[in-house]
Design a protein around this ligand. Sequence first.
Ligand code: NAP
Length: 249
Amino acid sequence: MQKPLPKPVSIVTGASRGIGRAIAAELARTHRVIATYKSNLEAARSMAAQTGADIVQCDVSSAADRAALMRHARERFESLDMLVNNAGIAPRNRRDVLEASEESFDELIATNLRGPHFLTALAARWMLERGRGRIVFITSISAYAASVNRAEYCISKAGLSMSAALYAQRLAAHGIQVFEIRPGIIRTDMTAPVEETYDARIAAGLLPQPRMGEADDVARVVRSIADGLLDYSTGQAIDVDGGFHLRSL
Ligand code: NAP
């Protein structure tokens, strides 16, 4: 009897909580998953117990941590099928663009842009050895919607959107697909402090589909990519935003 093929391997960054956790749980049904976290070991452990994922501490803004993550993955698995660049942060304090600090700018760029951009280079080099793979960038509606009280977040996500386009272009001929997912307002720890404000704005008509999104709404889109349902597409930005991006007159 033939041995069954080994399950595909995925890395999901920032998977201890929120959207990343939902993605790791979804992928773990069919993949072997390396799920990273930054500092919340308790949340990471509970995610691992829920999903069976392998947890690795990795501050994505640190080059040394990124290299260690890839070393760990290469030692443990023979190949990499999917990378989901999910880890990201909001500014510690929302401040007007005229007053915001360079420290916050640097922190957001290092975590939300430099980290995933260079982690992707490491992962892509590995995928190129086999000529196959899928890479997902979780950006945001903030890649194009200007929020003047968190400019550094918007700038980091706009840059990450270009990172996705660049890798899509570079890797397409080598069998590696790249997707950008732009979540809208998703119920997680990140949006908890402003949930009431968003609820009121949604009730007042902010979104064509009048509800906040859930982490699973994003995870299901990653599932469709992982299952190969979008195999003749690359560089696509997929809006998971209740129609926020639509214009009307
Ligand atoms: P969240 O609930 O705050 O979870 C953030 C996750 O990222 C946690 O697992 C956290 O690990 C990890 N993390 C934080 N800083 C990190 C770092 N420097 N290195 C590695 N991991 C780090 O956030 P979320 O709402 O799920 O957001 C996930 C992604 O979706 C982010 O990129 C965010 O910008 C994007 N997004 C969110 C929304 C939304 O409405 N929620 C909308 C659009 C886009 P610890 O648990 O260890 O802290």
